[in-house]
Write a protein that binds this ligand. Structure first.
Ligand code: FPP
Length: 254
């Protein structure tokens, strides 16, 4: 399971003693993959070249997360606000899940990965949705890493929809107001059965959350790096996890 750590150990030790403790790996890691555009610009390339390179980082990080024992990896691939980008860029981003899955799905199946999606299916182009749904269907009996794409996802919208659903059930007498609890709300969100993220990573030097998993991250550890997403490697993931392991999570207690 810790093959990755063994494989990269000498590299890691050269820079810093990253001692990954197998018994304290975050169950759920969620990543805001930022900096594709700036990475491309720095190389005189179009923004879409950055997104394409970002897709390669998705592959690296998925395999690494699996190898170190992460159970859920959520990747913020497209937000409800990203529709405001130029049409060409949106079209390109919508082709990436399809391209990624057409290349990688066999290997994901072989690695026992379960593909999931958190976000609104409505509004996604048919070819994007079909590719994702096919992958979800093909991997649904797997038992390994959950690779969860946050696609057409926005946290405030998720909360609004959940509140509306709950309000409607109360109005119709299907749910008692006093039965509304934190647990009920958590279960009703799109992330439903998934555990809350233990560790949230954002790349590219931006220190903000951008409408990502607002309810779910109440007690998440946050880790920010200046690295642009296309340059994010296994090593950075291990670095983030090691830092996570050095923190004392108190959940408001002592
Ligand atoms: C933010 O960087 C990144 C995105 C909006 C898209 C993220 C998508 C990927 C990394 C590829 C996804 C791959 C699959 C398989 C779904 P930005 O463009 O805002 O960067 P910038 O802030 O430097 O402009």
């Amino acid at each position: 399971m810790f093959h990755l750590f063994k494989r990269t150990r000498s590299d890691l030790e050269r820079e810093e003693a990253f001692e990954l403790m197998p018994d304290n790996v975050p169950k759920h890691v969620a990543i805001i993959m930022d900096g594709n555009g700036r990475w491309a610009k720095g190389r005189g390339l179009p923004r879409i070249a950055g997104h394409h390179a970002g897709m390669k980082a998705v592959k690296r990080v998925t395999i690494a997360a699996d190898e170190i024992g992460v159970e859920v990896l959520t990747l913020y691939a497209f937000s409800t606000e990203n529709w405001k980008r130029p049409r060409d860029e949106v079209d390109f981003l919508m082709k990436l899940p399809q391209e990624f899955l057409s290349i990688e799905l066999d290997e994901l199946v072989e690695k026992n990965v379960r593909v999931r999606m958190t976000g609104w299916k409505e509004g996604l182009p048919a070819h994007t949705l079909e590719a994702v749904e096919k992958a979800i269907e093909r991997t649904k009996h797997n038992t390994g890493l959950i690779l969860n794409f946050a696609l057409n996802y926005g946290s405030r919208h998720e909360i609004v929809q959940t509140v509306r659903d709950i309000a409607s059930e109360v109005r119709q007498g299907e749910l008692k107001q006093e039965d509304i609890s934190e647990e009920l709300i958590s279960n009703r969100l799109l992330t439903g059965a998934l555990p809350d993220p233990d560790l949230i990573i954002r790349t590219s030097g931006e220190i903000r959350i951008s409408n990502f998993l607002l309810w779910q991250m109440a007690y998440s550890e946050l880790w920010f790096t200046d690295i642009y997403w296309p340059e994010f490697t296994e090593r950075h993931l291990v670095q983030a996890v090691c830092e996570y392991q050095r923190r004392a999570r108190r959940y408001g207690g002592l």
